[in-house]
Design a protein around this ligand. Structure first.
Ligand SMILES: Nc1ncnc2c1ncn2[C@@H]1O[C@H](COP(=O)(O)OP(=O)(O)OP(=O)(O)O)[C@@H](O)[C@H]1O
Ligand SMILES: Nc1ncnc2c1ncn2[C@@H]1O[C@H](COP(=O)(O)OP(=O)(O)OP(=O)(O)O)[C@@H](O)[C@H]1O
Ligand SMILES: [Mg+2]
Ligand SMILES: [Mg+2]
Lengths: 253, 253
């Protein structure tokens, strides 16, 4: 069965898009047929993988105007890696969908049309609005990037609360946090303190893999490349390859 | 007359809250009576200034349940600096307010009850939803923190589009971008390239002041202090003092 993993946290700038792109690309490199769904109206993941942020049709036609299916919208962007692009039009989702019955399950229903993928990775905006809730309901697993700061830890706590509310109010059985991943890790005291707090309060879900702070990840994004294309033997690529392995191991439970 | 300045960009993690707190605190230190309104449900600004993120009543009672006025909710947190706190309950604003007539002008109407302030600074979430639109409509000026990345430049472009839409669709005359402020500035190539792109495409609104990347700003936030309290003579405090001066100079136009 396909594994659907959402990358989410309300805290902005913690590395959600960078993680979504490089995890999806890493899974594809290992031969797993992967679809990345960009559910963030900023379309940063779409931009890195295609160089374009106004692709149409996009998730907007799939979720808001209901005029396209996911297979129709998916574009091939790397070997074994397809993308369902985002578009700024998607910003209208919260307002337009707020009064639609079953507004939280739109994406989950649309995923039923997909065949032939081993993994679906969903990038989300830094909020707990309609788009992120749809991604959480549609997926069984959530990966939470946690930057090296108190604010990022707060974001993880808020997300845990939201997941519990979704499970209770919407009767979703199988949604759980696959893992919390330390990002922007470096040798500062704030990083040491943040990791110590993560181990203490969230130890059961804390992944061993940490993504280091490295300007190469920033450069790769700016040059519209995955880290494997930009610096295949560097610390960034090694960390994401380890993340791919850890995601695979956890999946066998 | 009171100056109302919103700190906004859809791009997450570019330093909105850090800028809002330290600009507001800097204005207060110069003797200007300042109110910081935290319109982000994450309540990061509220947490730094009070150590609490679940204060009630909050902006939720002012904007969503309409059961309190701004003066009733404002708490004094430093000399000459009051705060209208946020609370995670505010996450409901997009859904609850989506069908309310005049939903974009709620905060602007509530600001009329304020007296005795020289400045109102509004921190916003990383999205262009109801809360940020209310802040933009309520203020005359917008300060946009731009991190050293392509994604942050995209965020500035998207915000410009949103501001133009608000002015046209809601007949708001006096809303304009006070300035774009480079944040997380360091000596990397990506920072050099980002500043060059900012000067070329947004030169007319680019502030001279840049906020340096310094772990002291991260530490100050984690220790619930303003930068003036944590490292009064460091690069962070100097940059924010220069920002206060630049905001004051621009205001005389
Ligand atoms: N490990 C890292 N080291 C250095 N830079 C990084 C790293 N991960 C991401 N970045 C850069 O940091 C910024 C924030 O990362 P990214 O945009 O992926 O976060 P995000 O959580 O998706 O943000 P948003 O909340 O806006 O969606 C980007 O400019 C990105 O290029
Ligand atoms: N100039 C700086 N140097 C180093 N760290 C900084 C700087 N400015 C902010 N930070 C840290 O970077 C992180 C992001 O900053 P901040 O939370 O202020 O951004 P934001 O735009 O408000 O985020 P969000 O989009 O979630 O609201 C925080 O952990 C903060 O402590
Ligand atoms: Mg992102
Ligand atoms: Mg913030």
């Amino acid at each position: 069965p396909v594994r659907v993993i959402t990358i989410a946290t309300q805290k902005g700038g913690t590395g959600k898009s960078t993680l979504a792109v490089n995890l999806a690309a890493g899974l594809a490199l290992e031969g797993h047929r992967t679809l990345l769904i960009d559910a963030d109206p900023q379309a940063n993941s779409t931009y890195v993988l295609t160089g374009d942020q106004l692709l149409q049709p996009s998730l907007y036609e799939v979720m808001v105007t209901n005029s396209a299916t996911l297979p129709e919208v998916a574009v091939s962007c790397r070997l074994a890696l397809d993308l369902c692009p985002s578009n700024i039009l998607l910003s209208a989702a919260d307002i337009v969908l707020s009064s639609v019955p079953g507004r939280e399950r739109i994406l989950s229903r649309k995923l039923r049309a997909l065949t032939g993928y081993d993994f679906v990775i969903i990038d989300t905006p830094p909020s707990l609005g309609i788009l992120t809730v749809n991604a959480l309901v549609a997926s069984g697993e959530v990966l939470v990037p946690v930057g090296m700061s108190t604010f990022a830890l707060i974001g993880l706590g808020l997300l845990e609360d939201t997941i519990n509310q979704i499970k209770e109010n919407l009767d979703i059985e199988n949604l759980h946090i696959l893992g919390a991943v330390g990002t922007f890790h470096d040798r500062t005291n704030v990083a040491r303190n943040t990791m110590a707090a993560l181990e203490e309060r969230f130890g059961s879900i804390l992944f061993k893999t940490m993504i280091p702070r490295t300007v190469k990840l920033e450069e790769a994004n700016n040059r519209l490349k995955t880290i494997y294309e930009y610096e295949p033997n560097g610390a960034g690529a090694q960390a994401f390859q380890a993340l791919v392995q850890e995601v695979m191991t956890h999946g066998q439970e």
